[in-house]
Design a protein around this ligand. Structure first.
Ligand code: IFM
Length: 478
């Protein structure tokens, strides 16, 4: 266990603990990571290339300073140390993702890579042996490059491949994994089919490629949920959800136009994924359907750029989640206006963001309430929340951010009655922050990327979280 002294020095902890400071029984605390960001070993033991491997090897200029995930934290070899770090901070759960191409190098089930299966079995067993439950994300952005050669997510057939991949995961790990997340932040990774240089595979087909990708991944999600229901739930008894990144959106001004833009922005960014799964009616939000259809027609197209679900698809997608995974980081300010290329999702939405603020914990409380109001009946799992800086062990900014956001989360639970299952902060240790490379530090543990051992050192925030994770209480600030 980590010493508590440092944290106590930063926050004056009162002696009286009140229920208002206490998380509910069974609340799960832990950290989150993703395969490409921490594993390294990008081509070891039969792993296939992913779209992130491919993009940053072919186009290092899309990244930061030539950084890539070839080695990063080397968790492929150092997973036991990672588990001890989690244990030291009293984590109940560890949210990590599985690299599809480490399990299925071709993306298909013609080759099942046993060393890949062994790696995740070892990690899962090591976690369980240390009293930590795995929370597994099936897809955190690293599509096998072999499937990108077939067009990637805009190709509707990729849903079939994803279902087969999920079956391999349930068959091999489902006896021990009780928390599954199909997709992490689809809103981010579909931008890889809209623009160049932000996300792999960097295909510039805005307003078409991203909508096609959304359509495929939603169908894939619904089918995997039903697969679990029909063939695995009875024996494995786990939960399956999806994680959306939902930021708090405030109007840039008090004008009616900007107030209306907030809702449109949220429907195009969040509702487009949430409505088909979590709403009572299912399908895409009406405002999204109507605006994309109208713009497509005005452009002289024979069909809408946003595909249509069949009635059967609407039905199997509706209610296809046991929990709502939420990643939340900050507040944005949105205004009304047609910006972005023609066509593009942003232009279709008639809304855009002009600035952001990461210091607004009330935004998390607001979003938790928004989800509960829009999509009642689904417990929420906060699967990411965290703070980036330029490094250093004395990370008081991160401690303050996490404590304040946790306090807002607690208010949503204890005052507003929102049902929240757990909180996995981003992230256990500094890692490969996609196109920002190693320049942004977000870990409870510092990683020395220049050292052979990728040495990990706990920050002040690790001590702070170890206290909260153990006591399930927030410190009372004097
Ligand atoms: O590092 C990312 C993660 O992969 C997805 N959510 C946001 C994090 C911080 O930017």
């Amino acid at each position: 266990m980590l010493v508590h002294v440092l944290f106590a020095a930063v926050l004056a902890v009162g002696s009286a603990q009140t229920p208002a400071n206490t998380f509910p029984d069974g609340f799960l605390f832990g950290c989150a990571t993703a395969a490409y960001q921490v594993e390294g070993a990008w081509n070891e033991d039969g792993k296939g290339e992913s779209i992130w491997d491919h993009m940053l090897h072919e186009h290092p200029e899309y990244g930061n300073n030539g950084d890539n995930g070839d080695v990063t934290c080397d968790s492929y070899h150092k997973y036991k140390e990672d588990v001890q770090m989690l244990k030291a901070i009293n984590a109940d759960v560890y949210r990590f993702s599985i690299s599809w191409s480490r399990i299925l190098p071709t993306g298909d089930i013609d080759v099942i890579n046993q060393p890949g299966i062994d790696y995740y079995n070892n990690l899962i067993n090591e976690l369980l042996d240390n009293g930590i439950q795995p929370v597994v994300t099936m897809y955190h952005w690293d599509l096998p490059q072999a499937l990108q050669y077939l067009g990637g997510w805009p190709n509707g057939l990729i849903a079939d491949y994803f279902v087969e991949y999920a079956r391999v995961l349930f068959d091999n790990f489902g006896d021990r994994v009780k928390w599954w997340i199909t997709f992490n932040e689809p809103g981010v990774f579909v931008s890889g089919y809209a623009e160049v240089g932000t996300a792999a595979p960097s295909q510039p087909a805005p307003g078409i490629g991203d909508y096609l990708a959304i359509h495929t991944l939603l169908r894939a999600h619904g089918r995997v949920y039903r697969l679990y229901d029909q063939q695995y739930r009875a024996t494995q008894n786990g939960s399956v959800g999806i994680t959306l990144n939902i930021q708090n959106i405030e109007p840039a001004s008090n004008s009616t136009e900007d107030l209306e833009a907030v809702d449109r922005y949220m429907q195009f960014e969040d509702g487009i994924f949430a409505h088909p799964i979590f709403s009572e009616d299912g399908d895409y939000p009406a405002v999204v359907r109507q605006r994309v259809d109208a713009n497509s027609e005005a452009e002289g197209r024979p069909r809408s750029r946003l595909p249509t679900f069949t009635q059967e698809e609407i039905e199997y997608l509706r209610g296809s989640a046991d929990f709502f995974g939420l990643n939340h980081y900050r507040t944005y300010y949105a205004a009304a206006g047609e910006t972005g290329p023609v066509p593009s999702k942003r232009r279709d939405s008639g809304a855009y963001t002009i600035s952001s603020n990461e210091n607004n914990p009330a935004g998390l409380r607001k979003i938790l309430n928004w989800i509960t109001a829009e999509y009642p009946g689904y417990p929420i799992f906060v699967t990411e929340n965290g703070y980036g800086d330029s490094g250093g062990l004395n990370d008081t900014g991160r401690v303050e951010y996490l404590t304040n956001y946790l306090s807002a989360l607690l208010e949503a639970i204890n005052t507003d009655g929102v049902e929240v299952l757990g909180y996995t902060m981003w992230t256990l240790m500094d890692n490969m922050e996609w196109t920002s490379g190693f320049s942004i530090k977000m870990g409870l543990y510092e990683v020395d990327f220049d050292s052979v051992n990728k040495t990990r050192t706990p920050r002040l925030s690790a001590y702070a979280m170890s206290e909260i994770f153990e006591s399930k209480q927030l410190p009372v600030l004097n």
